[in-house]
Design a protein around this ligand. Structure first.
Ligand code: ZN
Length: 296
């Protein structure tokens, strides 16, 4: 059996084919433009490099992943031009003629990290991506977490100290939610340049403050055994050490686990992805494998 996977992000789509777990046979990446063009590039990739037996998709969202919903597989309220109410799953299924499994891009990345990366052997953890936007997926008690819709870590509301950071935030729905204050796009708008061109402690201390505040909420609500932080912004080398330190300070010793109280142990608690930038597409392939094996 050969499986296809798409990490269908809001900025780029990564397509890959694999047979054996962990062995990507072929990959291709292209920018996310308008839906018809983007879907057509993906179907062409699989037509040229296939055949595949099933396709897994980790989609940017919000996306309807409710089983039995008449709009299952549809990207819903995105502010991304042209994509609101796009039925991505149906377009890919009709283009390729194979079963399509679908979850959020961050749940797919969590699944990839669970099977082959930094969350192997755990049963409750989360994966957060800090890139152009911010999203989070989770496994709770050994299952990908869906609930009412699906988690939207990026839109949690945080204390916003306007004396320290007068920036209003950029989320079109909430202004200064986590994504509005701490996404790569928020960094670019606040400081006038993208994060990779910025240095100096102020930039990354402000960023770490928001991420640490968000992780406090995640720790208190989900009690994850590990938190994986991926995405382009998180690759800034000074960021994760600052986040770990502030997370420990903000929790203030209330939760008694060495991972949260010990300056050394927390290094293994808030970690970078084990699969690097491939977590999403590897997880998408695992979604396809699970669907074909009747595990989902
Ligand atoms: Zn928001």
């Amino acid at each position: 059996m050969r499986y296809g996977g798409i990490e269908a992000g809001g900025t780029k789509w990564v397509c890959a084919i694999a047979g054996q777990p962990g062995r990507l046979e072929k990959t291709e990446t292209f920018p996310t433009t308008l839906p018809a063009e983007t879907v057509s590039l993906a179907t062409r990739f699989f037509a040229e490099n296939g055949p595949i037996d099933a396709l897994g998709v980790g989609a940017f969202g919000p996306v309807d992943i409710r089983r039995g919903s008449p709009t299952w597989g549809t990207i819903t309220t995105t502010p991304k031009p042209g994509w609101a109410d796009t039925d991505v799953a149906a377009a890919l299924r009709s283009g390729l003629g194979v079963p399509v499994a679908l979850d959020t891009d961050v749940n797919a990345a969590a699944l990839g990290e669970w099977r082959q990366g930094a969350a192997a052997g755990l049963d409750t953890f989360c994966y957060i991506t800090v890139g152009t936007g911010i999203g989070g997926g989770a496994v709770a008690n050994g299952r990908l977490l869906h609930g009412l819709l699906h988690p939207e870590f990026g839109h949690m509301r945080l204390p916003h100290d306007r004396a320290r950071d007068p920036f209003d935030g950029i989320c079109p729905y909430h202004g200064d939610c986590l994504e509005g204050l701490a996404s790569g796009e928020a960094i670019r708008r606040r400081w006038g340049r993208p994060g990779q061109e910025l240095s100096g402690p102020a930039v990354w201390e402000v960023e770490a403050e928001y991420l640490a505040l968000a992780l406090v909420n995640v720790v208190c609500l989900l009690s994850p055994q590990r938190i994986i932080v991926g995405g382009g912004v998180a690759r800034q080398p000074s960021l994760l050490p600052l986040v770990r330190r502030r997370l420990r300070e903000l929790l203030a010793g209330y939760l008694r686990a060495p991972e949260l109280t010990d300056a050394g142990a927390i290094d293994g608690y808030v970690v970078a992805p084990g699969l690097g930038g491939n977590a999403g597409v590897i997880g998408a392939i695992e979604l396809a494998r699970d669907a074909a094996c009747g595990r989902s």
